[in-house]
Write a protein that binds this ligand. Structure first.
Ligand code: ADP
Length: 468
C-alpha cells in the first residue's frame, strides 16, 4: 500500500477547464479502490464548487522565495479521496484559473510555486505521503523543492516523486530568478531548471522526479522526437529510462449511454433505436434538416491549434458537396470559431454550431452523432474519442498519441499525414463505410465493447509506484 499525494491545478467535479480535471476526478478514486490511500492538493479558486469541506490547517505562513503568504487548507472527501484545497486569496481568489480575457496572470509562477509549497505542508502536517505525484507544469516545482530544498529534512526521507505529462505543449516557462521561487540559483543550467533562457517548471519536474509518465504509450514515444517535443525531445530521450506511457481511463459512471442523464433516450449495446432517437433530438436541437440517410459528424473540443481544425478550412467546400451534417461544440481560437461560423452560415441546415462550453450538450453530441471527428495535430491521450466509442459513435481521428492507441481499423477511421487531403480521405472512407449498415453496426459494437476504464490504468500506475 502506498500513501500518494497528488498535486494538480484542476479536478472534476470541483473545477474544470479540460481533460486534466477529468483525470484528477476519477483516477485517484480508482487507486483507492485498489487499496491505496490518496489525497489531492488543488488551489481554492473563486469559482471552485466545493461541498462538505472543513478547515484542516489554518494560519500557515508559506514562503515562495522572499514572499510570504497566509494559507489555510480545507479538506473534503470525495469517492474515498481526500481533496485538499489551498486557500490563499491573494493568489487564487480571481475570476479565472490561469488567465483573464486571454491574458495569463503575470504571477502564475508564484501562484503555482505556492501550490507545491502548500502540498509539502500538507505532507508534513496532515497527510504523510510516501509518493508525491505531480501533474503538468503547475506542479513542476514539487520535485525540485523535495529533492533539493528538503533533501536533508527527516520528515521527507524516502519520499519519491512522480510527474505525469498531460500535454508537453504547456511547459510553464518564465522569465524569473530562481531565488524568487525559493530555489538555489545554481540550479539554473541546461541540465537543471533552465530552458531557452527561461526557468521551466515542467523541466524541473522532469529532471528531479524519480519517474515520469506520459498519458499514452504513443505520446511517450512522440515526445522524444523533434516534431512533438516542443524543444524537450532531447531531454525526454535522455530521461527515457524513467519514462512510461500510461493511457488515461474513462469514468464510465459519467459516460455510458445506458445511464446518461443528459441524453434524451438511453440505450445499451443491443438497442440502437435509442441512439437513433438521440440523433433525431440532436438534429432538432441544432435546427438541422432531418434526413435519415445522412450521417452526422460530431465535434466537441477546445479550439486550439493542437486540435487540428485548421485542416477543415481548405476542404470545407469539398465537404459541402458530400452527404453529411455537422454538430459542433467548442470554443477557443478566433480563427477556428470564424471558420465554423462561416460553415454554419453557408449550410444552415447541415452545420450546427454552439460556441461555448456545455457539459450536457457534449454528452448529447457524443450520443447523437454517427461519427466523431478529432483531427488533432497532436493528442497526448484524448478522452472524447473513448467516450464516442462507448456510445457507438465511430471516431475519425488523426493517428497520433492516444488517438493512435485507442482507435483501430476495426472501430474507427484514421489518417496519418497532417494534411487536409489525408483528412478528406478518412472522412470519405467513413462515409463510404456508413453505406454498409450491417458492417457499420459491427463497427459500432466493437467500439462499444472496448474497455478503457480507470482500473486498468490505475494498475499500471501502481506498477510505477512499486518500482520506486
Ligand atoms: P483536452 O484536455 O486537450 O481539452 P481531452 O479530450 O483530453 O482534451 O478532454 C477534453 C474534455 O473536455 C472532455 O471531457 C470533453 O468532453 C470536454 N470538452 C471539451 N470542449 C468542451 C465544450 N466546448 N463543452 C463541453 N465539454 C467540452
Amino acid at each position: 500500500m502506498h500513501r500518494i499525494l497528488m498535486v494538480a491545478s484542476e479536478a472534476a467535479p470541483f473545477i474544470k477547464t479540460g481533460g486534466l480535471a477529468d483525470v484528477l476526478g476519477s483516477f485517484p478514486a480508482a487507486l483507492v479502490k485498489r487499496g491505496e490511500e490518496v489525497g489531492v492538493v488543488l488551489p481554492r479558486y473563486r469559482n471552485a464548487q466545493i461541498a462538505g469541506d472543513h478547515r484542516i490547517l489554518s494560519d500557515l505562513q508559506l514562503n515562495v522565495g522572499p514572499r510570504r503568504f497566509p494559507v489555510g487548507i480545507d479538506q473534503t472527501v470525495h469517492n474515498g479521496v481526500r481533496y485538499f484545497f489551498v486557500d490563499c486569496p491573494p493568489l487564487y481568489d480571481r475570476a479565472g484559473l490561469y488567465n483573464e480575457r486571454g491574458y495569463d496572470y503575470i504571477d502564475n509562477d508564484i501562484r503555482f510555486a505556492l501550490l507545491s509549497q502548500a502540498a509539502l505542508a500538507v505532507t508534513r502536517y496532515v497527510f504523510p505521503a510516501n509518493i508525491l505525484h505531480a501533474h503538468d507544469w503547475q506542479a513542476g516545482l514539487l520535485a525540485p523543492y523535495l529533492k533539493v530544498n528538503l533533501a536533508n529534512d527527516p520528515a521527507f526521507f524516502g519520499v519519491k516523486c512522480v510527474i505525469t505529462i498531460h500535454n508537453l505543449g504547456y511547459q510553464g516557462n518564465f522569465l524569473n530568478l530562481l531565488s524568487e521561487l525559493g530555489l538555489d540559483p545554481s540550479l539554473y543550467h541546461m541540465d537543471g531548471m533552465e530552458f531557452n533562457r527561461h526557468v521551466s517548471f515542467l523541466k524541473g519536474g522532469i529532471v528531479w522526479s524519480d519517474a515520469v509518465t506520459a498519458v499514452s504509450p504513443t505520446y511517450a514515444k512522440e515526445i522524444q522526437t523533434p516534431e512533438y517535443g516542443f524543444g524537450f525531445d532531447g531531454l525526454m530521450r535522455s530521461r527515457a529510462y524513467k519514462l512510461t506511457g500510461i493511457l488515461n481511463g474513462v469514468d464510465y459512471n459519467e459516460w455510458s449511454p445506458e445511464n446518461d442523464p443528459y441524453i434524451s433516450s438511453r440505450y445499451s449495446r443491443p438497442d440502437f433505436l435509442g441512439k437513433l432517437a438521440c440523433k433525431k433530438a440532436l438534429l432538432k436541437e441544432f435546427g438541422l434538416a432531418e434526413v435519415s440517410q445522412r450521417p452526422l459528424i460530431g465535434i466537441v473540443s477546445r479550439f486550439a491549434d493542437q486540435k487540428g481544425f485548421g485542416l477543415l478550412g481548405p476542404i470545407a467546400g469539398e465537404l459541402a458537396g458530400q452527404n453529411l451534417a455537422f454538430a459542433v461544440l467548442g470554443s477557443g481560437e478566433a480563427r477556428d470559431e470564424a471558420m465554423f461560423r462561416s460553415m454554419a452560415a453557408a449550410w444552415p441546415d447541415r452545420v450546427g454550431l454552439r460556441l461555448g462550453y456545455d457539459e450536457a450538450l457534449a454528452h448529447r453530441i457524443v450520443a447523437g452523432g454517427d461519427m466523431l471527428l478529432m483531427p488533432s495535430r497532436y493528442e497526448p491521450c484524448g478522452l472524447t474519442q473513448m467516450y464516442a466509442l462507448r456510445y457507438g459513435t465511430v471516431p475519425i481521428v488523426r493517428a497520433t498519441g492516444g488517438l493512435e492507441d485507442t482507435v483501430d481499423q476495426e472501430t474507427g477511421f484514421k489518417f496519418q499525414p497532417y494534411t487536409p487531403e489525408a483528412l478528406m480521405g478518412a472522412i470519405q472512407e467513413a462515409l463510404g463505410a456508413w453505406q454498409d449498415r450491417a458492417g457499420w453496426v459491427i463497427r459500432m459494437r466493437r467500439g462499444m465493447a472496448k474497455d478503457y476504464s480507470w482500473d486498468v490504468a490505475a494498475e499500471e500506475y501502481q506498477r510505477v509506484y512499486r518500482s520506486l
